[in-house]
Design a protein around this ligand. Structure first.
Ligand code: FEO
Length: 170
C-alpha cells in the first residue's frame, strides 16, 4: 500500500500535468488564431503528451492501490504577445515542472518508496528532453526576430510533429 504523503503528492502532480495539457491546448488555439498552424500542431501534440503524463501518474497510483482524487484545474491564459512570448512561457512552465518532479523524487527517496523512485526516473529523463526541445524553439524564435519568412519556415517544420503512439508496457 502506498503512503498517504506519496498518494497526495501524486494526486497533486496529476492536476499539474492536466494543467500543463490545458496550457498547451490554449497555446495551440492562440497559434491557430494567428494562422501559425505548424506551431498550433506542435502545441496540440504537446498537450496530448501532457495528458499522457497525467494518465501515467493516474495508472501508477491505481496499480499501487492508491486513491485517485482529481483536484481543481486552474484556467490557463489564452493570449500571448507573440510566438516568442508563448514559447518563453512554455519553457518557464517546463522548468517549474522539472522542479516539481525533483521534489517528488526527493519525497520518494526520503520515504524509501523505491517503486515510486523508479517510476519517477522516466519523468526525470523526460524533463531533460522537454526543456531542451522547448528551449531550442525559444532560441530559434529569438534568432528569427521580425523575419516573417523565417517564421513561416519554422512553422512548416513544426507541422511535421506527430503524436507519439502509446508504447506498450507504459
Ligand atoms: Fe509533463 Fe511537460 O511535463
Amino acid at each position: 500500500m502506498i503512503k498517504k504523503v506519496i498518494e497526495d503528492a501524486i494526486n497533486q502532480q496529476i492536476v499539474r500535468e492536466m494543467y500543463s495539457s490545458n496550457l498547451y491546448l490554449a497555446m495551440s488555439a492562440y497559434f491557430a488564431s494567428i494562422n501559425l498552424n505548424g506551431f498550433s500542431n506542435w502545441m496540440h501534440v504537446q498537450a496530448e503528451e501532457e495528458m499522457m503524463h497525467a494518465l501515467k501518474f493516474f495508472d501508477y497510483l491505481i496499480d499501487r492501490g492508491g486513491k485517485v482524487k482529481i483536484g481543481q484545474i486552474a484556467a490557463p491564459p489564452s493570449e500571448w504577445e507573440s510566438p516568442l512570448a508563448a514559447f518563453e512561457d512554455a519553457l518557464r512552465h517546463e522548468q517549474l515542472v522539472t522542479g516539481w518532479i525533483n521534489e517528488l523524487a526527493d519525497l520518494a527517496f526520503n520515504e524509501k518508496d523505491h517503486a515510486t523512485s523508479s517510476m519517477l526516473q522516466w519523468f526525470i529523463d523526460e524533463q531533460v528532453e522537454e526543456e531542451a526541445t522547448t528551449g531550442e524553439i525559444v532560441e530559434r524564435l529569438k534568432l528569427i526576430g521580425d523575419s516573417k519568412g523565417a517564421l513561416f519556415f519554422l512553422d512548416n517544420e513544426l507541422k511535421q510533429r506527430k503524436s507519439e503512439p502509446k508504447q506498450s508496457g507504459e
